[in-house]
Each structure stands twice: as C-alpha cells, then as structure tokens.
Design a protein around this ligand. Sequence first.
Ligand code: PHE
Length: 354
Amino acid sequence: LPPSLDEYEHEELRVVRGPRSGITIAVAVHSTSRGPAIGGCRLKPYSSVGEAVADVLRLSRAMTLKCALADLPHGGGKTVAVVPGSPMNPHAREELILDIADTIGQLGGRYITGPDIGTTPEDMALIHRRTPGGAFCRPETLGGSGNSSAATARGVRAALDAAVGHVHHADSVAGLRIGVIGFGSVGRLLSESLAADGANVIITDVNDRLRSSALDRGIAWTGADLLREDLDVLVPAATGGLLDADAATACRARLVVGPANNQLASDDIDARLRERGITWVPDVIAGAGGIIHAVCREELACDEQETNARIDAIGAKVTRILTHADTHEITTLQAADAVIAHPEPTPARWPWST
Ligand code: PHE
C-alpha cells in the first residue's frame, strides 16, 4: 500500500499521534503553488497507518487537480484520522478535533481544512477556534459558509446535465434511468433534484436502513449491484475506489458521473472505461461544487448568485473536457489535465483592434 516514488510528489506529509486523543492523524500538503492547500478532514476506521497514509496522499493529490480545474487560488491537501470502528464519545471526539486543529496550526497557514466524510461544520468551528483560519465551512451562524453538500450536489447536477448532452444528446434528464450509489447528503440532494426533473432514479446504499427515507421521497431503491444494471447514467456518490478493473468490465452505463472522491481504484481504469465506450467524468471536476462554494463565499466575497454561477460553470468545463478527450482520442482524465495546462486563450483586447 505505501505509494510509489512516482506517486509521492507531495510537498509535505505530517503523521502524528494526537497528544490528547492518542489517535493517528495524517495531513498531506500536495501543492501550494497556486495558493494554500485545501481539502477536507476525513475520519475513518483505517486498518493500518499505511492505508491511511496512502489514502491521504491520493486524496490530497486529487484536490490539487480539483482546485486547478475550478480555477481557485489554492492547491490540494487533505487530513485523515484513524478512528475506531464504533462511534466515539463526545469528549474523546473533541480531543481528536483539537489534535487535528493543532496539527493544522503547525503547518502555519499552508493548509486549510474543510468537512469531509465523518466531520461536520461544528467540527470546523472547533478547529477554527483553536487555529483561526484553519477551516472552511463553519456554520453560517458562526460566520462560515456552512454545509457544502447542497453546493456539491448543484455542481454534480451541472456536470451531469452537460455530460448527458454530450453522450446521450439529450437536453433534459427526463426519462433517463439514473442509478445513484450512495444515499449520503450529496447523493440524497442529487437524487431529489433528478427525480423532480423526471429522471427514473434508482438508489442503493450499503446502509439498508436508509431505504425507507428514499422510498418516502418517492425514489426507487435496490439491493442489486447498480454496476450491472441497464442504466443511462451511473452516479458514484459513496466512498472511493468503486471503479476497479472488474467494475470497468461490468459497467453497463454509457456515462459515469458523480461526486465520490477517488472513484478510480487505479490510474489505468479511465483507459479501460474509454476502450469500452464509457464516458467517465473525472470526480475532480464533478465534485468541485463544495470547494467552489466555500472559497467563493468565505474568501472571494462573492454573493450567492455569483457563487452559483461559478458552480454552474462546471457544466461548461465538463463539455470542454469531454470534447477535448474525443478530439484527441485521450482519456477524460488526460483531457482534464490538458484543460488545465492549456487555459482558454483570452482574446487580445488591444485598444486599436476594436
Ligand atoms: N470534502 C470537500 C472536498 O473534498 C472538502 C472541502 C470542502 C474542503 C469545502 C474545503 C472546503 O472537496
């Protein structure tokens, strides 16, 4: 599991045992070349420190790409903590969050965190209190931009609509069969918006207890493997690594687009998907709505309208990436890289040319 030297292109990796909590915390700063690194804080019962480190390295690397594609003045970073499998008591949890805040503080402003799997806006408030400026997405009542799930869902919707236009030549999701894997906060909001616009949405989640809340919203639920279902669009909205070699072979949807981070189990999977004629929208662009919202509201002083416009611009970026991939016969991930490397030329506006 330890990353290869090729994969380790990071500026810094800090692995500490929290002095209060005794819990292993890993913070990776992948790049600060565009600005301070940003990326969420994930609490997960990893089976080893090696697994946690490998995850934080991959997740932080993806954040660099995410920020660059979203044209934000930031690089990528990430925090993970190896929590126990069972829920922690509030005091132990608070000690862990304070340990995380101190670790972020030690980086002297080179990394700012945000919520991710296992953490909340309230946790961000605690981090910010201990390390001012160390966290995005504090609750709105405390001066932050709050939960970023709605913004993430909005961005996925923009990506999905653009990709549906590109792949299925449809200008609406009405009547499309869309399978969503993961009924967490983003998966839920997205499913509701798709169903409201007439899509046939089918949900699955490892947590079968969420079934009734899907059915209450009039959304179909299945215990079956959505990879093998006949779908127009597959939406990965759970944890990463869904797309491995087997999944790439089994997938029956022509379009895969969703917010889960690190959807590819390894870097070569996008080529396999391409060979099979499956269009995969890189997660680094589909899931960028959350960070766009946080940075626009908290740093760039954009109002809600401007922020939404920047989130919706994910759609145009997706169209550009998919078109570039088709034209140059490369994978969508390679195309995403190329779109960063070759920014849209700005037309020269010399005073004498008008
Ligand atoms: N979970 C978010 C992401 O991966 C993390 C984040 C949100 C970081 C908002 C900063 C601000 O994109």
